[in-house]
Design a protein around this ligand. Structure first.
Ligand code: 9MR
Length: 365
């Protein structure tokens, strides 16, 4: 079935009308499905995607799509701790360097993800036994070596990723939550976050440095804790430039909550990166899920709304919108939740979905 047959397109029109009423303003008309504008050409700020190095290396369809559509790329996994320092003081930059070359050749901004996270750790770190000085040395060496290697080659870093708990807005701490706590907070104390930014800045003074986390659009307590954290860092003169608002959302995400969260983040004065956007269509894990026309339309409207509200961010604070992965075929969601899902603007055959056109429309205004 052609993607935009009449029976497919009517629900989209309906969704566009509802969206219009909700916004109390006249939206730009949905572009015709033949519109060959690209995401990067439609936006006045960078539009990016998190990229798989394997697909980049082995799949020309994928690398061509990335090249055509996006002006920024984020390293999905290749710069995480387990990938870069799999054994103590043995650094592997092969995959990261491949992405740097791709970004330079295609004139893409490269956003590096991430220096410090409580996940994606190699066993030698998980099992490390040493006093606080030894832990500090491990932590500092990792940050400085990695940030120095990519000095001048990446535009920005997610320095610390997901340090705050969903339940109460406190810092993740492995002592308190063994299963999902941070090894860093446990061994280095609460101020490890500030020191991570300082070490990264010393190694690459021109890179923009971000704190990155999820759930800010639905969890007010967590949002407030993140704002308190980054504001305190900023007030202390710690080199922090921005906040990554991951935005792993679904088609039921509340528009008012997303807008309110964005406005609170804008008030920090820091740059805002919608850093990991995807919009799940099967959040209930329905094993018999069918991606119907109305669900396509709802997803398209949600992409449009997110891009639309991002246009209200002051220009100096717009770091851009990045989707987490490129197509429904390479998204982490079906694999992670073991379910059918279709969370991105391109389908597994690299064709533009209705969501692409909603996204495009939102980016334009
Ligand atoms: O998409 C990533 C997946 O391939 C990895 O297995 C996983 C663990 O490293 O991380 C996924 O990316 C996550 C990102 O690094 C931080 N925010 C949530 C992302 C999705 O889980």
């Amino acid at each position: 079935m052609p993607l935009f047959s009449n029976r497919y397109f009517l629900p989209a029109m309906l969704a566009a009308l509802l969206f219009s009423a909700a916004c109390h303003k006249k939206p730009a008309p949905m572009p015709a499905p033949t519109d060959d504008a690209t995401l990067q050409s439609a936006a006045s700020f960078p539009v990016g995607a998190a990229i798989s190095v394997d697909l980049l290396r082995n799949n020309v369809g994928y690398s061509s799509l990335v090249s055509a559509q996006f002006s920024s790329i984020t390293t999905e996994n290749v710069l995480k701790f387990d990938a870069v320092e799999p054994a103590e003081n043995q650094f592997n930059f092969t995959d990261g360097d491949y992405m740097v070359t791709f970004a330079v050749q295609r004139h893409k901004r490269l956003h590096a993800h991430n220096l410090i996270w409580h996940q994606a750790l190699p066993n030698w770190v998980i099992n490390f036994s040493g006093d606080s000085l030894a832990w500090e040395n491990l932590f500092k060496t990792h940050i400085e070596t990695e940030a120095a290697h990519y000095k001048g080659e990446v535009a920005s870093w997610d320095v610390v990723n997901e340090a705050i708990r969903d339940d109460d807005g406190t810092l993740r701490n492995q002592d308190v939550n063994p299963g999902d706590g941070s090894i860093w907070r446990r061994h280095l104390g609460a101020d490890y976050i500030a020191r991570a930014f300082q070490y990264a800045h010393e190694a690459d003074p021109n890179a923009l440095l971000f704190y990155n986390d999820y759930g800010q659009e639905w969890n007010g307590q967590k949002l407030n804790a993140i704002i308190a954290l980054v504001s305190s860092l900023k007030n202390r003169g710690i080199p922090i430039d921005g906040i990554g608002m991951q935005m792993h959302i679904d088609i039921n995400a509340d528009n008012n909550n997303m807008l309110a969260a964005l406005q609170k983040l804008i008030a920090t004065g820091l740059k805002i990166h919608i850093s990991e956007l995807d919009i799940a269509v099967n959040p209930g894990n329905d094993p018999n899920f069918v991606f119907t026309d109305p669900l396509n339309a709802a997803q398209s409207a949600k992409f449009q709304y997110v891009a639309h509200i991002y246009n209200t961010v002051p220009t100096a604070q717009q770091y851009g919108i990045t989707t987490w992965n490129v197509t429904d075929g390479d998204s982490w969601i079906p694999w992670f939740y073991n379910r059918k899902d279709y969370p991105l603007p391109f389908d597994a055959n690299y064709h533009k979905k209705q969501a692409f056109y909603g996204f495009l429309t939102g980016l334009k205004n």
